[in-house]
Design a protein around this ligand. Structure first.
Ligand code: CA
Ligand code: CA
Ligand code: CA
Length: 231
C-alpha cells in the first residue's frame, strides 16, 4: 500500500512529464486520423455485436502477447522494467530509438513508477506497432498478434464516427445505440461506460485509453491475480 507521501510524489512526477504525454497523445491522434482516412469505407465492423463475436479471436491474440511478456520478463516478477523492455523491442527488431522507448514506457505505465505490467505491455506493444511503421516486423514474428492489433484498431475506427482520432461521448452513445436500434441504451449506462474509459477525465477517449478499456472488456481474467490491476 502506498503512503500519502508516495501518492503525492507520483502526482508531482506525473505533472513533470506533460511534454511526453502531450507529444504522444498528439502523435497517436494524428496516426488514428491517418488510418481512418486511408481505411475509408473499409471498416469490417458494423455493430457492437459483430465486435463481441470476435472476442475469442482477441483472446487468442492476447494469450500470444502474454507469451512474449513472460519471455522478456526475465526475472519473472510480473513486471517488465526498462532494460527488459529495451531488449524486447530491439530483439523483435522494431525500428525504435531508446528515447522513444523511454517515452512509451512512461506513457503506458499508467500506475506509475512500477514498471510495465501485462495490460500496460499489450498497450505499449500495440502503440509501438502503430507508431513506428514496423508492420513487417510483427507480421514475420507473429501474424496473430499483428492481426489482433489491426482488428482492435478497426474497433476504434468504428467508434470514432467523425474520424478526429479521439472518441467523444456522442460517438460512443451512437455506437451503443446502433447495437440495438429499437431499444436505446439507457443514457446512464452509456455515461458510466464512457467515464470508465476516459481516465484523465478530459472529455474524450484517446486510443490509449480505449485500449486499456478494451482489453479489460475482452478478458481481464487473462491478467494474473497477483498482478495489481490499475483502476
Ligand atoms: Ca521483470
Ligand atoms: Ca505499471
Ligand atoms: Ca481522455
Amino acid at each position: 500500500m502506498k503512503s500519502l507521501y508516495e501518492n503525492i510524489h507520483d502526482m508531482l512526477c506525473c505533472h513533470s512529464l506533460p511534454n511526453n504525454y502531450n507529444k504522444l497523445d498528439i502523435k497517436l491522434q494524428r496516426k488514428m486520423k491517418e488510418i481512418k482516412r486511408n481505411a475509408s469505407g473499409q471498416i469490417s465492423f458494423k455493430s457492437i455485436d459483430s465486435i463481441i463475436m470476435k472476442f475469442p479471436q482477441f483472446k487468442e491474440g492476447l494469450k500470444e502477447i502474454r507469451g512474449v511478456f513472460q519471455h522478456y520478463d526475465e526475472d519473472s516478477n510480473g513486471t517488465i522494467d526498462h532494460e527488459e523492455l529495451k531488449k524486447c523491442l530491439h530483439t523483435l527488431s522494431f525500428c525504435i530509438r531508446d528515447e522513444e522507448i523511454d517515452d512509451l514506457y512512461y506513457y503506458c505505465d499508467i500506475n506509475q513508477n512500477e514498471g510495465i505490467q501485462f495490460n500496460e505491455f499489450i498497450v505499449l506493444l500495440c502503440l509501438t506497432y502503430l507508431l513506428t511503421d514496423s508492420s513487417q516486423t510483427l507480421k514475420i514474428c507473429s501474424p496473430r498478434i499483428e492481426a489482433t492489433f489491426i482488428t482492435i484498431t478497426e474497433v476504434f475506427l468504428f467508434l470514432d464516427k467523425n474520424g478526429d482520432g479521439n472518441l467523444k461521448r456522442k460517438d460512443v452513445v451512437k455506437a451503443l445505440n446502433e447495437a440495438c436500434p429499437t431499444e436505446k441504451s439507457p443514457s446512464h449506462i452509456t455515461r458510466t461506460r464512457f467515464k470508465e474509459m476516459d481516465w484523465d477525465k478530459n472529455g474524450k477517449v484517446s486510443f490509449k485509453e480505449f485500449l486499456f478499456a478494451f482489453i479489460s472488456w475482452v478478458g481481464i481474467e487473462l491478467i494474473d491475480s497477483d498482478d495489481e490491476c490499475p483502476a
